[in-house]
Design a protein around this ligand. Sequence first.
Ligand SMILES: CC(=O)N[C@H]1[C@@H](OP(=O)(O)OP(=O)(O)OC[C@H]2O[C@@H](n3ccc(=O)[nH]c3=O)[C@H](O)[C@@H]2O)O[C@H](CO)[C@@H](O)[C@@H]1O
Length: 369
Amino acid sequence: MKNKKHIRVFLAAGGSGGHIFPAIALSRELDNKGLDVNFISSKRQLDRTLLSAYKDKSFFLSINPMPYNFNPVKWVVFFCKIFWDIMFALFLIVRFRPNVFVGFGGYSTGAASLGAKLLGIPILIHEQNSETGRANKILSRVAKVIAVSFKDSIELIPKKSARVVYTGNPIRNIMSFNNKKEARSLLGLNSDKYTILIIGGSQGSTFLNRTALAMAKVLNETKQGEIQFIHLTGIKDYESVLESYAENNISAKVFPFLNNIEYAYSACDIAISRSGAAVIFELALYGKPMILVPYPSLKNSQRSNARYFMREGAAILREEKDLSGNILAEDILKIFNNKEISDKMAQSSLFLACPKAAMNLAEEVIKLV
Ligand SMILES: CC(=O)N[C@H]1[C@@H](OP(=O)(O)OP(=O)(O)OC[C@H]2O[C@@H](n3ccc(=O)[nH]c3=O)[C@H](O)[C@@H]2O)O[C@H](CO)[C@@H](O)[C@@H]1O
């Protein structure tokens, strides 16, 4: 292997927190090992914000999602933009000469990896979800290594020329804080009440916001004074959700986006969440029981993420189409009223955590140098 000081790694990730946060976690690990890291992402505001701490080390491609239907105009625009993005990626790769290219999924990964492939840079693809996303499916043909987050995905990935390894899903450095009492105090919550966290992923979920509010009203009547809520709404619904808790006199802390998410994870007794790969593995690190409501789109693998967590005993899985505030309240009460169920779910959750994922992935990157 070369002198580490001269090893440069390009990390391509974009489109959502779930793609970008694992890239940030890996960059910390590589940085600690003395490697040089650059990010390639998309020009979306969310991507720029999440990478703002790495502004000088980041490059941004156009926003160009692959069309899901056969509209010829959309496909022509898509190919024109991808051509331009591959040219830009080629320019970056020629200029910086990375030794390894790591893709985390999303459009920017696709365009930039094709540039890397053309210049013979070894490619590692990381898949966060239980089922492989579209960009990663295409790129599995050009990758040397495919790293997966779920143990059982090794069997599901078609083995072409790439080696498939289980590394886990790299999580940002949030575990340095794990103190329930302090977290509740920092969030301004009561230290003794049963605490339910509601989280709809990095952008929030209107469906989950509405249904969880309906549940909160039911629970507020049946368990008055015993339960409180932390609700992460996303920007769009923040004001209305905040008002609704206040109007109904329900004890809750509401945030559009919580930068210190470790406070929410530490403070809660249970989480109701979308089943994005980052959130569920983060909740697992904190050993929290979960009620998971996958994003219902067919293009999305949240359902199989949630199924895995349910099979392993860490979560109850609820589909949007079958869900109401009453059903959610019943699920919560089942766990609230039975310490044995709650403890078992918490243990199973902890068992699914992979705290060494970033380290495992960094080792795979270094093997490619
Ligand atoms: C709708 C959609 O396509 N979602 C995908 C997206 O989800 P999404 O971007 O929502 O990603 P996840 O749910 O996996 O993770 C959200 C991330 O945002 C952070 N967070 C969230 C709220 C908050 O207030 N503060 C905060 O810091 C969480 O700690 C977590 O790290 O990428 C995931 C990983 O590929 C996929 O599994 C999801 O299917």
